[in-house]
Design a protein around this ligand. Structure first.
Ligand SMILES: NC(=O)c1ccc[n+]([C@@H]2O[C@H](COP(=O)([O-])OP(=O)(O)OC[C@H]3O[C@@H](n4cnc5c(N)ncnc54)[C@H](OP(=O)(O)O)[C@@H]3O)[C@@H](O)[C@H]2O)c1
Length: 262
């Protein structure tokens, strides 16, 4: 399939107020995108990022957990060639201790991703050109005690994106899924409510991750997992016998729960 030429296209990036989303905006600009639409709840951060960029940029403060706000976003910006579904959050702890965040997490990590794909995909297919970059996670490749729901939401994103890619690849639309390991962003602060980050040496930089993902989208790579050590680790984990995976993830989950005090 031909490379997706981003030059002059319009891209919408969700979760552009922090972390990987900020780097997506900068990387898309570097790859020649014609216009950016940046979305998140914290408007001040979007304003600050827009002022740093040189490409024409519009911003919209939007809670993507709310389907009506997503509809309003679409009505304001219907003409999007590249959709980057990046906004998402996780929570660490036993599932029963995290019940208040359950449905909001499902809404943002799954339903918003689906609603935005459903709104923007038809125009891309009509034009025979476009791209969708969904942000899943290596967490979605295995069940993960201590982040049970988060891992399940990312399994949805990983699986849906891969299958959608197969369906539309002959119709000119690229679909890639970024499935990174740990990345140095505000994610862990939100997930653990300040209990701490994984050690710095296991974390990828958001800039490197965003760069790999945008290149992957240009080439229509199904799943982009930056970092050879992460790819090797995940290929061992996903081919190991299920009893061994359960033993390992169970021990990991116990350690995480006692670390997080939950
Ligand atoms: N960091 C990692 O280790 C890692 C690993 C694998 C996958 N991921 C995934 O990567 C994506 C980006 O995360 P990150 O690491 O960059 O984390 P981050 O620094 O915490 O950024 C999360 C972004 O999502 C936005 N967001 C959260 N709730 C929202 C809502 N209700 N409506 C609109 N926007 C919302 C936040 O903006 P506002 O708060 O301003 O709304 C922020 O811009 C997520 O999907 C995450 O699951 C992260």
């Amino acid at each position: 399939m031909a490379r997706l030429d981003l030059t002059g296209l319009t891209a919408l990036v969700t979760g552009a107020s922090a972390g990987i989303g900020v780097c997506f905006a900068k990387e898309l600009q570097a790859r020649g995108i014609g216009k950016l639409i940046l979305v998140a709840r914290r408007e001040d951060r979007l304003v600050a990022l827009a002022s740093e960029l040189t490409v024409p940029t519009e911003i919209m403060s939007c809670d993507l957990g709310d389907p009506e706000q997503i509809q309003a976003l679409y009505e304001r910006f219907p003409d999007v060639d590249v959709l980057v579904n990046n906004a998402g959050f996780g929570k660490a702890g036993s599932h029963d201790s995290l019940l208040p965040s359950s449905l909001p997490m499902l809404d943002l990590n799954c339903r918003a991703v689906l609603q935005l794909c459903d709104l923007y995909l038809p125009r891309m297919l009509e034009q025979g050109r476009g791209g969708i970059l969904n942000v899943g996670s290596t967490a979605g490749m295995l069940p993960l005690p201590s982040m049970a729901l988060y891992a399940a939401t990312k399994a949805f994103v990983n699986s849906f994106s891969d299958a959608l890619r197969s369906e539309v690849k002959s119709r000119g639309v690229h679909v890639s899924c970024l499935a990174p390991g740990p990345v140095a962003t505000e994610f862990f602060e939100v997930a653990s409510e300040g209990a701490g980050d994984p050690p710095a040496f296991v974390m990828a930089s958001p800039k490197a991750v965003a760069r790999a993902a945008v290149r992957g989208l240009e080439r229509n790579t199904a799943i982009v997992t930056p970092g050879l050590h992460i790819r090797l680790g995940m290929s061992v984990a996903t081919t190991a016998p299920s009893w061994l995976v359960r033993l390992f993830t169970g021990l990991y989950g116990k350690a995480m729960l006692s670390f997080a005090g939950k």
